[in-house]
Design a protein around this ligand. Structure first.
Ligand code: XMP
Length: 326
């Protein structure tokens, strides 16, 4: 019979058999899959595992801290955090084309991650140990999809922050290969991971970088992070986290509109709320969420986030719209 306990036990055995006394590396993205994969491997081989987290500065408020503090506290994992915020901002400077942003973020991510890997391999060698394994949070649907299948035409060059170039000489450890997303969440819960990680809604690898329509700057990221945090807080408070598949919050950085606040005219940016309901993100509908919650989010964002004077709701299904704006 299928229980999370059995799955954990089985995988722990399998990981130990595979890795033996060598060492493994796992990239953490802040998402559910890499976190649960890492926690399972940590349970199996303990300090033979080193996790790497690349802080690209495009995460939402509190997410990097969740990985650095809560994930580490709940698993005891060895974590190497690479602060690459300046590097990503420099590489993205002046770029507003969505696909170019994605390519730059993917490329920089791989470079930074490879550098961190090389350092860990060298440290291992200095200790007389071989770093031979790479942990990945591949799920069953990923296995099926890449196994030929029907192949889903995707019009965006998706990249996962856990994603890696093909020419690495590590053997893969993929303890979630037989699991679906909801099962991964159950395993994560059983392993004692924080709810904020286990119940996290989908979030794109390129992060807030593709939720700023226009070029990406530190100021714009900070502004969007505040607006996004308010929206998430209110959606959670209203009990809508299950009903809503995800709710991108988008900054129209190249648009300004006239507003009035106090006795003054303002000329600020709009924030778009994009709450969608979906089964698999291939199609989606905009969520008919309560007006009171929308009103609260709108009032708070316009009051609390400087330079934002308008909040608009995206009422487009997918297709024809995509979930993200870029
Ligand atoms: P779209 O915008 O294509 O998004 O309707 C479908 C789902 O994919 C997520 N998404 C991404 N995930 N890297 C990712 O890991 C990406 O580049 C990326 N782009 C979109 C999006 O959040 C939604 O869940």
């Amino acid at each position: 019979t299928w229980t999370t306990g059995n799955v954990i036990e089985e995988q722990v055995e399998a990981i130990r058999a595979q890795v033996g006394s060598k060492r493994a590396i796992c990239g953490l993205s802040g998402g559910v899959d890499s976190a649960v994969a890492a926690a399972l491997v940590q349970k199996a081989i303990g300090s033979q595992l080193t996790c790497v987290y690349v802080d690209h500065g495009l995460m939402r408020k509190g997410e990097t801290e969740q990985v650095e503090k809560d994930f580490v506290a709940s698993t005891g994992v060895n974590l190497k955090v690479v602060d690459a915020q300046d590097r990503f901002l420099a590489a993205l400077a002046g770029v507003s084309d969505p696909e170019t942003k994605r390519k730059i973020i993917g490329r920089e991510f791989i470079r930074v991650f490879e550098q961190a890997q090389a350092e860990i391999v060298a440290e291992g060698a200095a200790d007389g140990e071989q770093v031979a394994f790479l942990v990945q949070g591949t799920l069953y649907p990923d296995v099926v999809e890449s196994g030929g299948g029907t192949g889903t035409a995707n019009i965006k060059s998706h990249h996962n922050v856990g994603g890696l170039p093909e020419d690495l000489e590590f053997e893969l450890v993929e303890p979630l290969r037989q699991l679906f997303k909801d099962e991964v969440r159950m395993v994560g819960q059983e392993l004692g991971l924080p709810d904020e990680i286990v119940q996290r809604q989908p979030f794109p690898g390129p992060g807030l970088g593709i939720r700023i329509v226009g070029d990406v700057t530190r100021e714009r990221l900070d502004l969007l992070r505040e607006a996004d945090a308010i929206a998430r807080e209110e959606l959670t408070a209203a009990g809508l986290d299950r009903e809503i598949w995800q709710c991108p919050v988008v900054l129209l950085a190249d648009v300004r509109s006239v507003g009035v606040q106090g006795d003054g005219r303002t000329y600020g940016h709009p924030i778009v709320l994009r709450p969608v309901s979906s089964e698999d993100a291939m199609t989606a509908d905009w969520t008919r969420m309560p007006y009171e919650v929308l009103a609260r989010i709108s009032t708070r964002i316009t009051n609390e986030v400087a330079d934002v004077n308008r909040v608009v709701l995206d009422v487009t299904s997918k297709p024809p719209g995509t979930i993200e704006w870029e």
